[in-house]
Design a protein around this ligand. Structure first.
Ligand code: NAD
Length: 366
């Protein structure tokens, strides 16, 4: 009773949030020697083991990290389902600045925690991580995907993710403009990281006018060297810049009260996870603004398709080909959303949930 009073166990806030979001498990990992502070979120394992990347980010508050891992792992459940994969939804976050705190010892310690879950969670790359980091994690666990190609892995998943985002953007253009061509359209890509850079390659090739924004100067220099035709937009002018299509490829929560008040575009189609700060409030706001929204977890599912290939026998060509399903499914979801006057993100969640419910039904009866 005293312990409960001291540690506030009478108000199990996190468990209530997990319950409202339907999570199975949240694993807090801590190690003084390496300084590791991480959280592994397992949302739903109905369709298979929970697979999702590890993100390393300097969260200001523990609550921010908890919220991120809960939202990201839930998104993975829907992503795996809509992509037709036999995987559940999970994700991990390591708290800290990847540029200064990431090292072999910390990553291997994290790998031991992943191993302790015995395959219920399989990790991969996300923001702040690289294929080299997956190698360190792999030293302690076999439950890791996205390994470098020289270790028999599928390597960086971002080219396939970006290709899927490009497919989703083309489907959105077909829906909004009657043609899937992006030639001449102005596309603003927020985040010139792994996904953003490969997406820009696809867009430039098709003849789109590309604007780009990043908070780090080295990323801007790298993308302007790689694609000199891009126009750089300062990070604080992203939402007031003229554009036809907004492609968020940085972090989540960027579709919020402030950004939506300023943003003028026909389509939002990008690779970032959890783009809406609140699905309910900002989904409704986008519906009212008449913006075409390509559901994030659908159009960025190429990366998951890629790492799933590693579990089944990998071929890059097959992964790319498989990611093309996004064009048709995105078109169907946008059409259903228009016909039912429903936010497209909710239509996509219903679509994904139906498969999970069907399989859960089989398991229950079996
Ligand atoms: P990354 O770390 O390589 O790139 C992210 C970039 O965004 C960085 O260059 C960073 O500096 C920039 N950035 C951060 N905040 C910004 C801001 N406010 N304005 C402008 N730029 C900002 O990560 P990534 O692998 O390219 O992933 C990008 C997004 O796509 C993430 O949300 C990730 O979860 C999602 N995603 C990635 C993959 C994948 O295959 N890599 C798959 C699915 C989803």
């Amino acid at each position: 009773m005293e312990l409960a009073a001291e540690t506030n166990l009478q108000q199990p806030h996190v468990l209530n949030v997990m319950s409202s979001m339907d999570h199975e498990q949240l694993v807090f990992c801590q190690d003084n020697q390496t300084g590791l502070k991480a959280i592994i979120g397992i949302h739903n394992t109905t369709l298979g083991p929970a697979l999702g990347g590890t993100r390393m980010w300097a969260y200001e508050r523990l609550d921010d990290a908890v919220e991120d891992v809960l939202r990201l792992s839930r998104g993975m459940t829907f992503k795996a389902s809509i992509a037709g994969l036999n995987l559940g939804g999970g994700k991990a976050v390591i708290i800290g600045d990847a540029r200064s705190l990431k090292n072999e010892a910390l990553l291997r310690r994290f790998g031991k925690f992943v191993q302790s879950l015995n395959g219920k969670y399989i990790t991969a790359e996300d923001v702040g991580m690289s294929t080299r980091d997956m190698e360190y994690i792999h030293a302690e666990t076999s439950f890791v995907t996205g390994l470098p190609e020289h270790l028999g892995g599928s390597g960086d998943p971002s080219p396939v993710t970006a290709y899927g985002v490009y497919m989703g953007m083309k489907a959105s253009a077909k829906f909004a403009y009657g043609s899937d061509s992006l030639a001449g359209k102005t596309v603003l890509v927020q985040g010139a990281g792994h996904v953003g850079s490969y997406l820009i390659d696809n867009l430039i090739k098709e003849g789109a006018k590309v604007k780009v924004s990043d908070i780090f100067e080295d990323k801007i220099q790298a993308i302007t060297r790689r694609q000199p035709a891009v126009e750089v937009v300062p990070a604080d002018q992203v939402f007031t810049t003229n554009m036809d299509i907004f492609a968020p490829c940085a972090l989540g929560g960027i579709l919020n009260n402030d950004s939506l008040a300023a943003l003028r575009c026909d389509i939002v189609a990008g690779g970032a996870n959890n783009q809406l700060k609140s699905e309910k409030i900002h989904g409704q706001a986008m519906l009212e603004k008449g913006m075409v929204y390509a559901p994030d977890f659908l159009i960025n599912s190429g990366g998951l398709i890629n790492v799933n290939g590693e579990l089944e026998g990998y071929s890059k060509e097959a992964a790319m080909k498989k990611a093309e399903f996004i064009f048709d499914v995105c078109g169907s979801i946008l059409t259903e959303a228009r016909d039912t006057n429903t936010f497209s993100g909710n239509v996509a969640i219903d679509f994904a949930q139906r498969r999970i419910d069907a399989i859960a039904g089989i398991r229950t009866r079996g």
